[in-house]
Design a protein around this ligand. Structure first.
Ligand code: SF4
Length: 266
């Protein structure tokens, strides 16, 4: 429900914070909140606008972290982009995977990525045994009407949604209004590959108040790197490989580790 409201606000205001996303990474359900979405006019082919994702991190030092300490932040934002882009695929799009121009080298791990599949909603409904045609309960409907109450859109009339299936139709209609270009069975639209992490001070520093911007880091979405990293991480969480200690270059992270005293890798 909030995602529909978020898209409405994104179209109306050009920005939305704390945008919820959900989807499958491998066979695991992953959800999170994108710190900020921005929609900017940007003509490109059939597209009139582009959408940019950004995340915010706080730091106790008045400088940007070295690249080796930004891996988790970059992975997080790339996963959010994958989850968001997967939600942009029209629910009526069926059949085999959509051609997205992926590098052949991705193939081994590509199934891990949310955008490697069609219809994320079908996947989620199946995973949680949800019936898209079942009517919302009265309390669910009341919550929905409350959250969507301020949304006035005569074309789409979001207050008419009475089932999950209705919400998916509504979501599709809003995504078509984003202006990201033509969507059909062979062409999917995505958010911008340029991602941004903004670092803010967690305390007053150098005469500036808490929350002041220290700097920002921009990087490009990399499906191959992400799919390899996620495959490596999921191997640990599924018990198919042993954990490994941090390398020499990142040994400073051990300073705050609760396993420091007994660590076998140090
Ligand atoms: S102390 Fe050991 S477990 Fe903790 S971060 Fe360092 S290598 Fe990893």
């Amino acid at each position: 429900m909030k995602v529909v409201y978020g898209l409405h606000q994104l179209i109306l205001e050009g920005t939305f914070r704390e945008f919820p996303v959900v989807g499958l990474v491998g066979d695991r359900v992953v959800h999170g909140k994108i710190d900020e979405l921005e929609r900017k006019p940007e003509a490109n082919g059939t597209a009139s606008h582009a959408i940019y994702l950004s995340d915010c991190k706080t730091r106790g030092w008045p400088h940007l972290p070295p690249p080796r300490d930004t891996v988790s932040g970059r992975v997080q934002l790339m996963v959010y982009k994958e989850l968001f882009d997967a939600l942009l695929v029209p629910s009526t799009m069926t059949g085999p995977k959509v051609e997205t121009g992926h590098d052949a080298a991705e193939k081994d791990n590509a199934d891990i990525l949310p955008t490697s599949h069609t219809s994320v909603f079908d996947q989620i409904f199946e995973k949680f045994h949800l019936h898209p045609d079942a009517p919302f309960s009265s309390s669910c409907l009341r919550d929905y009407q409350r959250s969507i109450g301020s949304v006035l859109d005569e074309d789409l009339n979001p207050s008419r949604a009475k089932t999950l299936g209705d919400l998916v139709v509504l979501w599709d209609a809003y995504t078509a209004k984003l202006g990201l270009g033509q969507r059909d069975a062979t062409h999917r639209v995505t958010s911008s590959p340029v991602l941004k992490i903004v670092y803010r001070g967690s305390k007053p520093m150098q005469g500036k108040p808490t929350g002041s911007i220290i700097g920002e880091s921009r990087f490009t979405h990399n499906r191959l790197w992400l799919s390899e990293h996620l495959a490596w991480a999921l191997d640990y969480w599924s018990g198919t490989r042993d954990p490994v200690g941090v390398g020499r270059a990142t040994a400073s992270t051990c300073d705050n580790c609760e396993f420091f005293q007994d660590c076998e890798w140090r």
